[in-house]
Design a protein around this ligand. Structure first.
Ligand SMILES: C[S@@+](CC[C@H](N)C(=O)[O-])C[C@H]1O[C@@H](n2cnc3c(N)ncnc32)[C@H](O)[C@@H]1O
Length: 244
């Protein structure tokens, strides 16, 4: 499956559609924890998008760079106040090398799943490792696959049902672990329709992929408030340390 670039339409509506993810109640605990783990930086965000996390992190005084596949998303970031503090490279988190050595690399908002083969997802871990100093950390925020909510015989479930945003995911390929998410979003008086594949990752598989790239699991929480990660968790914040 080809890499999925977030096109212009989506870049222009991203912040509006995901406004809830820009709320201080969501962002503050993320930025606090990343700041703690950064130990002064410098820090690199894979799939930085429109800078939802990178910009507030940079405003707290830590040097932040971003890597982003979509020039359109990077352009939206570049137009925001404070963007001068976040240098963005347009490239692929599976392979693009940015000069420098970082204390922390992170990929959040399930962006690892935008890479739709297992081999390429392992390459993301390898690329994170290549950017880290020994003992540096790779933080991954990643949903737990919600297949338990799909009744036997069905292939789809509604994951978002709001007035201005309906989202349905279809579990199309259980062997390659590729699902599609389909979005209908109202923005600026019009309807934006977007579908993209993603590759979901089982919790133990995430740890194994990290181990293949020379990491070990340092901590794993159910959210950015450091709640325990349990069988009931729908998401995880996994902290991997590059084994010195
Ligand atoms: C859900 S958005 C997250 C953006 C941002 N990290 C945030 O938390 O708001 C996913 C982003 O991943 C980017 N992306 C997808 N595949 C990528 C790849 N292979 N390398 C770098 N960025 C990628 C998309 O263009 C998009 O901007």
């Amino acid at each position: 499956v080809a890499l999925v670039e977030w096109e212009r339409d989506l870049a222009e509506v991203y912040d509006e559609t995901y406004a809830a993810m820009f709320e201080p109640a969501v962002l503050d605990p993320m930025v606090d924890l990343l700041l703690d783990l950064a130990e002064g930086g410098p820090v690199l965000e894979f799939a930085v998008g429109t800078g939802r996390v990178a910009l507030p992190l940079a405003s707290r005084g830590v040097p932040v760079q971003g890597l982003e596949l979509s020039r359109q998303m990077a352009d939206v970031l570049g137009r925001k106040p404070g963007a001068d503090a976040v240098q963005v490279t347009v490239g692929d988190m599976c392979s693009t090398q940015i000069p420098g050595e970082f204390t922390l690399v992170y990929v959040v908002a399930n962006s690892l799943m935008n890479v739709t083969t297992q081999e390429e997802q392992v390459a993301v871990f390898g690329n994170a490792s290549a950017h880290l100093r020994p003992g540096g950390r790779f933080v991954v925020e990643q949903v737990v696959p919600q297949l338990q909510h799909v009744p036997p015989g069905d292939t789809a479930r509604v994951f978002t049902l709001e007035q201005d945003h309906v989202g349905i995911e279809t579990f199309d390929d259980l062997v390659a672990q590729v699902a599609w998410s389909h979005h209908w979003m109202y923005s600026k008086g019009g309807l934006v329709r977007h579908s993209a594949p993603y590759r979901y990752v089982w919790p133990a598989e995430l740890v194994l992929m990290a181990q293949l790239a020379g990491f070990h699991l340092q901590s794993r929480w159910g959210d950015w408030h450091r709640e325990p990660f349990t069988s009931a968790s729908v998401s995880q914040v996994a902290v991997f340390e590059k084994t010195p």
